[in-house]
Design a protein around this ligand. Structure first.
Ligand SMILES: N[C@@H](CCC(=O)N[C@@H](CS)C(=O)NCC(=O)O)C(=O)O
Length: 201
């Protein structure tokens, strides 16, 4: 199995962490969506990372679809996203909020990094940053101080999504230690465990 993408992409890292939690053997081709567009397009016509090439050559794209496949084949009863019911909805909701925050954070970063300075539109950046912060604050409020996991006292995809979201937020300049201390501490604890530590970009 081959994961295409660099771990500084929160979407790719989310998949890399999931592969490691499930104990799946994989190799990683560290390609960037922007820098290696032509190579990435062989796996994903959209030119985005991550993509996952399965052993039979089938290629999956988009972190959500990739994780859905990994849950189905490798997760079974211990799937990081529970199979049904209110537990499933709770995990999907946190994941959607945090991956949405990643999307908005990246849009702010793209505006800063991919536009000439005179075309930079600061109100758009501010709006994106506010959306990221509000999303993180909402998740922060769900976390019990000192707890190891966000939900159900076990690792779920909510933790993985929260972890990459917190990491991205710090990378774009949000002071999570002050603004969202519970989330910051949860991410710090997760960072010390192998699936998270081994995917450090
Ligand atoms: N919804 C997608 C988002 C993937 C995404 O935005 N990837 C970024 C890197 S973090 C990328 O490849 N950007 C290049 C581009 O959009 O052109 C997913 O969950 O995989």
């Amino acid at each position: 199995m081959q994961l295409i993408g660099v771990n500084r992409s929160p979407f790719t890292r989310r998949v890399a962490i999931t592969l490691r939690i499930y104990g799946i053997d994989f190799e990683q081709r560290s390609l960037s969506g922007f820098g290696d567009r032509e190579k990435v397009r062989i796996a994903n016509p959209l030119g985005r990372i991550p993509a996952l090439v399965l052993d039979d050559g089938e290629t999956l794209v988009d972190s959500g679809a990739i994780i859905d496949h990994l849950d189905e084949v490798y997760g079974r009863q211990r799937a990081l996203t529970p199979l049904a019911g209110s537990d499933r909805r709770a995990v999907l909701k946190v994941s959607a909020i945090m991956m949405g925050a990643c999307d908005k954070g990246l849009q702010a970063a793209y505006e800063r990094n991919h536009h000439p300075p005179e075309k930079l539109y600061q109100p758009w950046i501010d709006d994106c940053m506010a959306q990221v912060t509000n999303a993180l604050v909402a998740i922060d409020k769900m976390i019990q101080p000192g707890t190891s996991y966000l939900l159900f006292e076990r690792i779920t995809q909510a933790d993985v999504a929260a972890f990459v979201g917190e990491w991205l937020a710090r990378g774009i300049g949000i002071d999570t230690e002050t603004r969202t201390p519970q989330l910051h501490n949860l991410a710090k604890r997760l960072a010390e465990t192998p699936p998270f530590a081994l995917t450090e970009p």
